[in-house]
Design a protein around this ligand. Structure first.
Ligand SMILES: [Cu+2]
Length: 69
């Protein structure tokens, strides 16, 4: 699952997002690219749950689909 998080701007944001996601799925693996504003998540949780957790941390994730630009 890949999200674009445009309002993520620093390591603090990345940590907050990581905490939010591992809060709902402790086994989740994240790959955060702050410069590209992309968060890749390997998790058993459905995408909408992951997005909701990121939103609850104060960010605005968008599903990054390769077919939409
Ligand atoms: Cu930040």
């Amino acid at each position: 699952m890949k999200f674009e998080v445009k309002d993520m701007s620093c390591g603090g944001c990345a940590r907050a997002i990581t905490r939010a996601v591992t809060g709902i799925d402790p086994a989740a693996r994240l790959d955060v690219d702050i410069a590209a504003k992309i968060v890749k998540i390997d998790s058993v949780m459905p995408p909408q749950r992951l997005a909701a957790a990121i939103e609850a941390a104060g960010f605005h994730p968008m599903v990054n689909s390769p077919s939409a630009d």
